[in-house]
Design a protein around this ligand. Structure first.
Ligand code: NAD
Length: 252
């Protein structure tokens, strides 16, 4: 498919998992992509994979919780590619699993800084650039934990609910300027995050799968197909929407 031919995208958290698969999917459809990730190794690997497809890619080492880093990935992309058409605002961490009353304040703040403030900073500076472009499309990564509660990961659930609030609000604020803002809410998806969450235990994996009507995890490619669609011109009237992609988990 070449429906994204010549478009410019930014993917945060593009060094692994869902972000990497989205970056590759955008590149396969003709886009050039900036990878903003805290991991130099993961980010550079994704760039090599994209270049092998014949697309252009750029890695910008970024901690999305740092305002200067966010300004930097936006400015570096504009310097290299002149515009930003698509933004996958995706980097996030899960924190640790423990009840709310035991949750350390420092770790709570870290999850907020990366998952919520990082998403806000990204939207703030990318929207400024898109306003100068004449428009663009943004997809923010929420989670099933942004739709329903998620015992054991209170800051994660709090921040993912927050990402949905930012999504809906920005969608309303910028629709008239041709900027669409949507969110995806993946359920358990087969990435490093799920491995960390279950600590690699077969039993824990089976327990999580047993709670999913489809009986299995989603794949990063399945999520990437949805994201590429939402970022494309195939979805011009879709704005302010939240798409669960979770095998039916949040439907029940
Ligand atoms: P992952 O751990 O495979 O990838 C996350 C990427 O984000 C990594 O490359 C990591 O280096 C990067 N990152 C972490 N902190 C960062 C920071 N401060 N600045 C920049 N980059 C940073 O995980 P994933 O499953 O691909 O997760 C991607 C997104 O999807 C996250 O927002 C996550 O909350 C969300 N999500 C994942 C699942 C799942 O089951 N895997 C479910 C719902 C939502």
């Amino acid at each position: 498919m070449t429906d994204l031919q010549g478009k410019i995208g930014i993917v945060t958290g593009g060094g692994s998992g869902i972000g990497r698969e989205v970056a590759l999917t955008l590149a396969k459809r003709g886009a050039h992509v900036t990878i903003a990730d805290i991991s130099e190794e993961g980010g550079n690997e994704t760039v090599q994979l994209i270049e092998a497809l014949g697309a252009k890619a750029l890695f910008v080492k970024t901690d999305v919780s740092r305002l200067d880093d966010v300004k930097n990935y936006v400015h570096t992309t504009l310097n290299m590619f002149s515009r930003i058409d698509m933004f996958f605002n995706n980097a996030g961490i899960e924190g640790q699993v423990m009840p709310l009353a035991d949750y350390p304040e420092e770790l709570f703040n870290k999850v907020v800084d990366i998952n919520l403030k990082g998403a806000f900073y990204g939207m703030k500076y990318v929207i400024q650039a898109m306003l100068k472009n004449g428009g663009g499309a943004i997809v923010n990564t929420a989670s099933n934990a942004g739709i329903v509660g998620s015992p054991g990961v209170s800051p994660y659930a709090g921040t993912k609910h927050g990402v949905i609030g930012l999504t809906k609000t920005a969608a309303g604020e910028y629709a008239a300027q041709n900027i669409r803002v949507n969110a995806i809410a993946p359920g358990p998806t087969a990435t490093n995050m799920m491995e960390r969450f279950t600590q690699g235990s077969e039993e824990a994996h089976n327990q999580v799968k047993a709670g999913i009507p489809a009986g299995r995890y989603g794949t990063p490619q399945e999520v990437a197909n949805l994201v590429a669609f939402l970022l494309s011109d195939e979805a011009p009237i879709i704005n302010g929407a939240v798409y669960p992609i979770d095998g039916g988990l949040t439907a029940l």
